[in-house]
Design a protein around this ligand. Structure first.
Ligand code: HPA
Ligand code: ZN
Length: 341
């Protein structure tokens, strides 16, 4: 055990006590099977599973699309404002249990509006739970509205139009769903409009898509962070650029494993990213589907890659430095990490 860990329990305890931010979390991907059943009953929605065990057995994916098909089906149980509240409140309780102090969460409005659920219903339920989590746990939060990249840019523009009355509650826009075949260039104009409205921008890039998609996210979408970014490592000039620009990567180890972006966790590129000077962070992506919340993600890579205390501290520091918090709030969180180390 490097850097003073004498056992796996000690490493797990160190991770558990570390103050952290989570920057890559799809709120619909935190829908646990138990709540899925409860909401299916509440809303009289049929789901093709007889038990929680059957749901879990269905979560065997060989790529991103396999997962997305089940993910969009799962979110079909969400209908009323209280459903979005319950979903978000459950995630905040789990984040608090992992000593997560700040969260920047994605939501997929088009996954709901296309089913006839009003934009207002979605954002009101999520926002009310986030306010209660701040009051109850002291967890601060930002909301990032994602555009589904398998849909058209015109549909993204219409979604941004729908968001206009709620911009006070939305910190940024993102790009998710099926990556290959839907490059960032497809969304250049809507991202420019979002930036003009004062919104931050992020995009999933280099999860399954090639390094050129990461270049496009930087050059055309002018993103503030890259979500995933794994395949950047195939392009050494890109790695240099990401390091020079101190670009944050929101890396999701258990997601990468479950979606077969990597063959096994020992082959995860996180340590390579840190060694290359990249500002990597650790996140859970869709924890209900991928088998673990943020601490489980830290522990999985710490064990497999033999990460040191210093490396774990760097990952936690990166999570606040790469957040959309203001400088004073970042400094407070970084001081808490210094005090912990
Ligand atoms: N990748 C792309 N889209 C997504 C993901 C992901 O990991 N999770 C939810 N939507
Ligand atoms: Zn994601």
């Amino acid at each position: 055990m490097p850097d003073g860990f004498t056992s796996r329990d000690e490493r797990a305890a160190f991770i558990a006590g570390l103050p952290k931010a989570e920057l890559h979390l799809h709120i619909e991907g935190s829908l646990e099977p138990g709540l899925m059943f409860e909401l299916a009953q509440r809303n009289r929605v049929a789901i093709p599973f007889a038990s929680v065990d059957e749901v879990r057995a269905a979560y065997a994916f060989s790529n991103l699309q396999d997962f997305l098909d089940i993910y969009y089906q799962g979110m079909g149980v969400l209908h009323g404002e209280q459903d979005f509240y319950d979903l978000t409140a459950a995630y905040c309780a789990r984040a608090h249990a992992d000593n997560v102090r700040h969260i920047e969460i994605f939501f997929d409005p088009q996954g709901h509006t296309t089913r006839g659920v009003a934009f207002e219903t979605v954002i009101a339920g999520i926002d009310r739970a986030l306010r209660d989590a701040e009051a109850g746990y002291g967890i601060t939060s930002k909301l990032i509205m994602c555009f589904l990249r398998h849909l058209s840019e015109a549909e993204a523009e219409a979604t941004l139009d729908e968001a206009l009355p709620y911009l006070g509650r939305i910190a940024g826009v993102g790009l998710d769903s099926s990556e290959v075949g839907h490059p960032p260039a497809k969304f250049e104009r809507v991202f420019a409009r979002a930036r003009g409205l004062g919104l931050k921008t992020v995009a999933h890039a280099g999860e399954e898509g090639p390094p050129t998609y990461v270049h496009e996210a930087l050059d055309l979408l002018k993103v503030d962070r890259i979500d995933h970014g794994n395949r950047s490592l195939e392009d050494s000039a890109l790695v240099q650029r990401l390091a020079n620009e101190a670009m944050t990567l929101t890396v999701c180890p258990l997601s990468n494993l479950k979606l077969c972006v990597i063959d096994d966790i020992a082959g995860h590129p996180l340590k390579t990213m840190l060694d290359a000077g990249l500002r990597a962070t650790v996140n859970s992506d869709d924890p209900s589907y991928f088998g673990g919340y943020v601490n489980a993600n830290y522990l999985a890579v710490a064990d497999a890659l033999d990460l040191s205390k210093d490396e774990l501290l760097t990952l936690a520091r990166n999570s606040f430095t790469g957040s959309f918090l203001d400088d004073a709030a970042k400094a407070r969180h970084l001081a808490a990490i210094d005090a912990y180390s």
